[in-house]
Design a protein around this ligand. Structure first.
Ligand code: UD1
Length: 363
């Protein structure tokens, strides 16, 4: 038996872990253990995703909660070390680029347990992003690196990673999107919010570089002022962003935007339905750049860089930074253009988790 401890901790991890836990079932020689670090803990940031995506109840929850990067990472490491010692796994599998990813990879590697990284090789080349540090470090100590897009292969080659460790398998987040598209159609979110297909935009913002800095957030709000005059903006707001509105003194300005509809974070199915039917999505998320590419919906990424360039070359994503004028111009260009179905990035076919499970079952 191959014992694999699978790590999830923060919201974007759950849609990546779901298809893997399912794919393992086809391999009688894989014994999976699921560990939730507790990095995200609100019902709407965690439990809801487990229910909607049929993720098995975690075998363990480390309940680390929030904290500074050092505190959170250290707390995960301390608690996870005990888990590895108790379970003696053959592999620790981590996904994505959050603090839980690097924390658990580092613990495993120091205990001489092999590490598999799903979504390896992505690089924004922006070391101010905490996720970039997590990506580079996790990849450098991983024994198996599962890559989602060609840029990942290139980046790992440039960093000298041995080619036999690297596998181009596709995108597990897109596995989940494809598996849930029909189910998401049943969501009543549009009716609940009184929206019609193509009659609104969606915004999500949570990157510290955007929502912790009053000047940047101010520029984005200036753009939103112009955009909401065209179509309403529905904004399911991350708790970090909500906390910051008052802290940064912009709560009144936000309240004055009558067509900006701030709502609670949504579950997976409601969010999928909402984005699938939006005119334009404005975001600083990584995963949403990929999802809109497959949904064929315009995505304006409010960042200066992306670690997912295939979403620009083969998808619907446009990098627009945080300059108000640039965002508004890009928005108008999207509204004026017809969006033909973009090509689907290679291997984003809903079978990435199967490929990963197959490789692991032979290791
Ligand atoms: C984390 C990831 C980021 C990912 C994002 C998705 C890191 C470094 N960052 O950022 O890559 O894109 O998740 O959401 O791992 N909070 C709650 N309830 C929760 C979770 C968080 O209220 O369930 C609040 C707390 O005030 C917390 C803050 O959000 O301090 C930030 O949470 P944290 O997990 O540190 O980072 P995210 O911004 O969510």
């Amino acid at each position: 038996m191959i014992k694999i401890i699978n790590i999830c901790g923060a919201r974007p991890n759950f849609m990546k872990i779901a298809p893997l836990m399912r794919a393992y079932r086809n391999h009688g020689n894989i014994d999976p253990v699921l560990v939730h670090t507790g990095q995200h803990y609100d019902e709407r940031m965690s439990d809801l995703f487990f229910r909607q995506l049929d993720i098995p109840e975690p075998d363990l929850n480390l309940e680390v909660g929030s904290g500074s990067h050092a505190k959170q990472t250290a707390e995960i490491m301390t608690r996870f070390e005990q888990v590895v010692n108790d379970h003696e796994p053959d592999w620790v599998l981590v996904v994505g680029d959050v603090n839980s990813t690097i924390a658990c990879a580092l613990v495993a590697s120091k205990l001489h347990v092999r590490v598999a990284h799903v979504e390896a090789g992505l690089r924004s080349f922006d070391r101010h992003m905490p996720e970039e540090i997590n990506r580079v470090l996790t990849d450098s100590i991983s024994d198996l690196l599962f890559v989602t897009e060609p840029s990942g292969l290139e980046n790992l080659k440039n960093e000298g990673v041995a080619p036999e460790k690297v596998h181009f398998v596709g995108n597990v987040m897109i596995d989940t999107l494809r598996a849930n598209r029909e189910k998401a159609e049943q969501s009543s979110i549009l009716a609940n919010l009184g929206l019609e297909r193509g009659g609104y935009n969606v915004a999500t913002l949570h990157r510290p570089s955007n929502v912790d800095d009053p000047e940047t957030l101010g520029r984005i709000l200036t753009a939103f002022e112009a955009i909401e005059a065209d179509l309403p903006i529905v904004f399911p707001m991350h708790p970090r962003t909500r906390n910051n509105l008052t802290k940064l003194g912009v709560a009144d300005r936000v309240a004055a935007l009558k067509n900006l509809r701030i709502i609670e974070p949504l579950g997976y199915l409601d969010f999928l339905k909402l984005t699938a039917n939006a005119a334009v999505v404005l975001t600083d998320s990584g995963g949403i750049q990929e999802e809109t590419t497959i949904l064929g919906v315009w995505c304006l990424t409010l960042r200066e860089n992306t670690e997912r360039p295939v979403t620009m070359t083969e998808g619907t994503n446009r990098l627009v930074g945080t300059d108000s004028t640039r965002i508004i111009e890009a928005y108008r260009a999207c509204r004026a253009a017809r969006l033909d179905a973009p090509p689907v990035p290679e291997k984003w076919d809903g079978r990435a988790a199967e490929r990963i499970a197959e490789i692991l079952s032979g290791c």
